[in-house]
Design a protein around this ligand. Structure first.
Ligand code: BDR
Ligand code: CA
Length: 318
């Protein structure tokens, strides 16, 4: 099986941790580096979380770089401890890895890997797009060097999750998101429309938490915190599949069943729609065809069954 070389940009984060573990578990992905950015926690804490999880998984060979602490138009505002816990990992304390982050920044790592993998690198971004926007400014040839960018972010027809109109990753740095979505590279946007459509249920979480194996057990314990947050939204303990679903779509493990290529603009004004992803879906009454010249595929529907597939992949691999 051909493997996909991947750079992951994340704000680890409980569902980021799931995405990371999923990429390690998938035989289709070759994870070459991880960059962090502030979002769920600050960029340095996210790097620590990533290093510790990689060590637990026996993959301390994968380099981790700290990216931007602040967003383009606003300073980091303290993250989301109510969603991801005080340390971003639902309060779960992993053994500290002796490994430290790289000397290079996340943007530098992305640019380096894009050159090394010329035309082959897949970028998976499951966090605010601050690092990607910085990399684009530093290396204007980046779109030619990268094979594909998959972004967990936005809300096409679904409501937002941090405001009525905006999804968290886009809302934290809409200026960066606007730059990244305007750049001439092929993008797959995995919005709330699909990441909220199918959730992980409590029996699946328990399968991880009670496995007696370090990685699934740690993830299952983290998810307990995440499930409590989603209890308010879904009326039962469960969790959305934001970041791991985006990772699975990026490497071709989950097929998309409705994903038109359309123009996507990001609202950067300071009104109530700040951070909204305005997807031109006027073609949906004719079957959601592709718009000529558009380079952003917006996933509106994906193959069913991902939460079970994710849990079974993790149980097999770790
Ligand atoms: C996104 O925001 C973060 O809290 C999650 O990790 C995910 O990337 C969902 O809106
Ligand atoms: Ca994330």
């Amino acid at each position: 099986m051909d493997t996909t070389p991947v750079y992951l940009d994340c704000d680890t984060g409980i569902d980021d941790a799931l995405a990371l573990a999923y990429l390690l578990a998938s035989p289709r992905a070759e994870l070459l580096g991880v960059g962090t950015v502030s979002g769920n926690s600050d960029a340095a804490q996210c790097a620590r979380n990533t290093l510790d999880l990689l060590a637990l998984a026996g993959r301390s060979d994968i380099p981790v770089a700290i990216g931007n602490h602040d967003f383009q138009a606003a300073p980091y505002g303290g993250g989301s401890p109510h969603v991801h816990g005080d340390n971003g990992m639902g309060g779960v304390r992993l053994p500290r890895s002796p490994r430290e982050p790289e000397a290079e920044t996340a943007a530098e790592m992305l640019i380096r890997l894009a050159h090394e993998q010329r035309g082959k690198l897949h970028v998976i971004a499951v966090a605010p797009l601050t690092n990607l926007a910085e990399a684009l400014r530093r290396e204007p040839r980046l779109p030619e060097l990268v094979a594909h960018v998959t972004i967990m972010g936005g809300a096409a027809l679904a409501p937002g999750n941090i405001t009525a109109a905006a999804e968290a990753n886009i809302f934290h740095d809409p200026e960066a998101a606007a730059e990244v979505l305007a750049a001439p590279w092929p993008v797959t946007l995995v919005p709330l429309d699909v990441t909220m459509a199918e959730v992980m249920e409590e029996d699946r979480r328990r399968r991880l938490a009670d496995s007696g194996r370090p990685v699934p057990e740690a993830l299952g314990r983290m998810l307990e915190h995440y499930f409590e947050f989603y209890r308010e939204i879904f009326g039962r303990p469960c969790s959305a599949m934001h970041d791991p679903l985006a990772a699975a779509i990026a490497i071709g493990d989950v097929a998309v069943t409705d994903a038109p290529s359309v123009r996507v603009a990001v609202e950067t004004g300071n009104g109530p729609a700040r951070g909204a992803t305005v997807c031109d879906l006027r073609g949906r009454y004719r079957g959601n065809g592709d718009q000529s010249g558009a380079h952003c595929r917006v996933v509106l529907e994906a193959e069913a069954g991902f939460p079970d597939f994710l849990v079974e992949s993790l149980m097999r691999a770790f």
